[in-house]
Design a protein around this ligand. Sequence first.
Ligand code: PMP
Length: 408
Amino acid sequence: MNLSKTIEEIRTEFPILSIKVYGKPLIYLDNGATTQKPEQVIRVMEELYRTSNANVHRGVHRLSDMVSDRYEAARETVRAFINAPKREEIIFTAGTTASINAVAFSFGERFVGEGDEIVISGMEHHANIVPWQMLCERKKAKLKVIPFTDEGVLDLEAYRGMLTERTRIVAVTHVSNVLGTVNPVKEIVAEAHSHGIPVLVDGAQGIQHGIVDVSEIGCDFYVFSGHKVYGPNGIGVLYGKENLLNEIPPYQGGGDMVANVTFEKTTYNELPFKFEAGTTNFTGAIGMAAALDYLSSLGREAVAEREQTLLARATSGMSAIEGLRIYGTAPHKVSVISFLPGAIHPYDAGMILDKMGIAVRTGTHCAQPVMERYGITGTIRASIAFYNTEEEIDAVLRGIGRVTEMFA
Ligand code: PMP
């Protein structure tokens, strides 16, 4: 499967990829933290501000109408991109974190009480831990954690044993932002559903690296951020099944989420507006839709295949570096590699790589429990996107080689 454009063509569409840092060509390998934006996204947002800006869903005037139509078209783009059954099931939020907090609050208000249990996994980002802990604290509920193996594979046997009649929701990540593991979310959902338990899937990383089909996964909620999928930041998605979204209360009150307001009683708007209080980030939503269209036009399977090719090159190169350990060696993983070159502190290595123009992430990656699981304080993470090149991977491998020589 080929991309619809050459890598050279693609790279010219991402203006930032041709900048220099410290006089060296930028090698951007921090795509797990945020992705770069193509001209197609930048242009749409600029054009919106230049020619069509007005508040969404607010006025009868032409500009407001035009923006509202484009905002709703963006919702349809998202729906189609993740194959959700209905447009009303797509809620625009500020991002993954906002979406998870919304579910933890609203679902928690409606369905979680004292002594109930919530199941998450040991490889979650803090965004899929802390909102559930806060809920548990509020409701005196209990958090249970699915363990994972040294390779970074969830222990499904343990998971099955964890589900009880007190389990109210399961919340797991599609893809680990540290280990790169692609979790068997379809299986996880099927198991939970056989007990009548709904499942939230954190798709912050999943959306970037593969084809996400929420109808196939069967999950009740799927959440992701625009900025991790080549779109703007400050915008994200909460997909939820219509029946559940109808059952849970709104988590924010304000304009647009209401049907009728009096001081005695307020009634709420229908989906999706019930969960979109106030002026939403409509520019972001339209920009994010442009990013999704861009990915679709490249060929989503081809994007995933290219990333796997680059991952294989990086993995085999790193495996040949003496003393280097890769954290996360699951058979099914995406192009995210966490590693430690011997006893060298990740910050030291990261700073030296930075001076070579190489942007990697160092630290705990907002996943402290993963670090604890391995008894380490942090890793270096190279997260690869389709616009990275073989030459960049080789340059990073040489860079790591230099770092290890310097500390030898
Ligand atoms: N979950 C995972 C797996 C992530 O990788 C991230 C971002 N690093 C988040 C949640 C949070 O995303 P955001 O900061 O865009 O809300």
